[in-house]
Structures are given as structure tokens and as C-alpha cells.
Design a protein around this ligand. Structure first.
Ligand code: NAD
Length: 253
């Protein structure tokens, strides 16, 4: 009953809001079989976060690529498909009810569900591309994947010969400045900021909901577990994102 009331309240906020931002994290993709970092069975149960820092990459790029390949083989990112939560977020855009998706995810599932490129800000990069760490040229990941799987590592830039890395943001690496600037602008100017599937434990991304609230937006959090911002949020729902967003969307039509 309490849950139904919360769904109804969110639906009403969505109907009233003029500028809506969705802020998503690894939790929106667990129902697509991509584990998050910190939940039981998550990525950090099988991998060491220290192997994914930018320092490690510069120390030993070959080892970085071997670890990335191991991670890809363990979790099969390429086979993941959008789940009902991604579809609900895409439906919000189709209904004209969503201005921007800011995602910490690197899996590209928002675009796969139908959100337009222009309305998705990838704060932590993506796994669709590789980038040259010298001249910053970018290439589709497929263009180097065969050599990566053969163990011909690290892949080199065909333009300058520089060492390449996946176009994801490693721990200790700066966030893409343009993405961060656009995300901050969206957070400052929206009137409803919806967090979906994030522990809100990673900075600077987690400061965005705080900024949105500070600038007057309503803050809504859908996450299985409590987050540090639950006590300042206007609505908090501890439920799976797929069922929750589907239920909320059904109240909009
Ligand atoms: P996180 O692992 O810190 O937190 C995920 C949260 O989602 C947890 O609090 C968990 O309770 C919740 N959750 C899990 N399944 C859920 C579901 N079905 N419905 C609702 N909530 C659910 O992840 P984060 O906050 O995104 O933070 C950190 C980092 O994780 C980011 O840097 C991101 O790049 C990276 N990451 C991304 C992917 C991906 O692209 N799919 C996967 C793993 C990690």
C-alpha cells in the first residue's frame, strides 16, 4: 500500500514537472545481468579495484587489457539487453517527459533502449570505443577487439602509434569535462531529479543530486538499498528499478 502511494506520488511529480533528469547507476543494469560493483556477487567480489586505476594502466597497459578482457568474458557486457527500467526511461523521453539521462554506466543500454544520443550524458565513458591516450583519437572497440583477444597487447593508435585504452573512465582519471559540465547544468536547472540504481557513493557524480536539490529540484531515489541522500530526498523507494518504473509509467497514460 505504502509502495503504491509512492508510485502515485512519483507519477504526479512527473506529470507536474517541466524539466526532468534521470540519473542512473549500475543498479539499473543488474536486471540486464550486468552486476554492479558493491552488491553481493558484484564485480568487486571477483576483481580487485586496484587493477582498474589509471596508475595501473600507465604502469602496465598490457596487464590492464588482460584484466579488462577477463572482466568482459566474465560478465559478457556485449550480450546485455535493455531491461524494463531502461525501456521506461526511454518511454519517458518519447512521452516528452524527460530532458536528460545522466548515467554513470558504460554499457550503452539507455541508447539501446531508444534514448537519443543527444539526451544521454555518459559521465564515465563507454565500452563502445577505445581512445588513444596520446592524441585522443577514438575508434570503435570492434576495430581492435580481434587483436586484443589474440593477446596482441596493448592496441596501438593507427594515427600516432600511442597506447590505447577503453573509452571508460578509470579510477583516478578525470571525468570528461564536457560531460560533467552538461550534467551539472542539467542538475542545476531541472525541477525533478530521479536517481535510479546508484549507491550515490562515487564522487563527483554523486554531488549532482545534491546540487539539483540545492537549486530547488524535487529529489527522488529508486534504489534497492539506502543511500546517503535518502534523508534529504522527497521520495525514496527501495524496490527493483524495473518493476518500480513500469508501475510508475503505467500511471502516466
Ligand atoms: P554501485 O555498485 O555503487 O551501486 C549500485 C546500487 O544499485 C546499489 O546500491 C544497489 O542496491 C542498487 N541496485 C542493484 N540492483 C538494483 C535494481 N535492480 N534496482 C534498483 N537498485 C538496484 O553503482 P553506482 O552507484 O553506479 O557506482 C559506481 C560505478 O559503477 C560507476 O562508476 C559505474 O561506472 C560503475 N559500473 C557500471 C556498470 C554498467 O555500466 N552497467 C556496471 C558496474 C559498475
Amino acid at each position: 500500500m505504502k509502495l503504491k502511494r509512492a508510485h502515485q506520488q512519483v507519477a504526479e511529480l512527473l506529470l507536474d514537472a517541466e524539466t526532468v533528469v534521470a540519473f542512473t547507476g549500475a543498479g539499473i543494469s543488474t536486471e540486464s545481468s550486468i552486476p554492479d560493483f558493491r552488491s553481493p556477487g558484484g564485480i568487486w567480489d571477483r576483481f580487485d579495484p586496484d587493477d582498474f586505476t589509471i596508475e595501473r594502466f600507465y604502469q602496465d597497459p598490457k596487464k590492464y587489457w588482460e584484466k579488462r578482457l577477463e572482466l568482459h568474458r566474465a560478465f559478457r557486457f556485449e550480450e546485455a539487453q535493455p531491461n524494463p527500467a531502461h525501456h521506461a526511461v526511454a518511454d519517458l523521453e518519447r512521452m516528452g517527459k524527460l530532458n536528460m539521462v545522466i548515467t554513470q554506466n558504460i554499457d550503452g543500454l539507455h541508447q539501446a533502449a531508444g534514448n537519443s544520443e543527444a539526451r544521454v550524458i555518459e559521465l564515465h565513458g563507454n565500452v563502445r570505443e577505445v581512445k588513444c591516450m596520446v592524441c585522443e583519437a577514438r575508434y570503435p572497440r570492434e576495430s581492435v577487439w580481434e587483436e586484443v583477444e589474440r593477446g596482441d597487447l596493448p592496441p596501438r593508435c593507427e594515427r600516432c602509434g600511442g597506447v590505447m585504452k577503453l573509452a571508460t573512465v578509470s579510477f583516478g582519471e578525470l571525468l570528461p569535462a564536457d560531460a560533467l559540465r552538461r550534467a551539472e547544468q542539467a542538475a542545476r536547472t531541472c525541477d525533478l531529479f530521479m536517481v535510479v540504481g546508484s549507491s550515490l557513493g562515487v564522487e563527483p557524480a554523486a554531488s549532482l543530486p545534491r546540487n539539483a536539490k540545492w537549486h530547488g529540484a524535487k529529489l527522488m531515489i529508486i534504489n534497492l538499498e539506502p543511500t546517503p541522500l535518502d534523508r534529504v530526498a522527497d521520495i525514496v523507494i527501495h524496490e527493483k528499478a524495473g518493476a518500480c518504473l513500469t508501475e510508475i509509467l503505467s500511471r502516466l497514460t
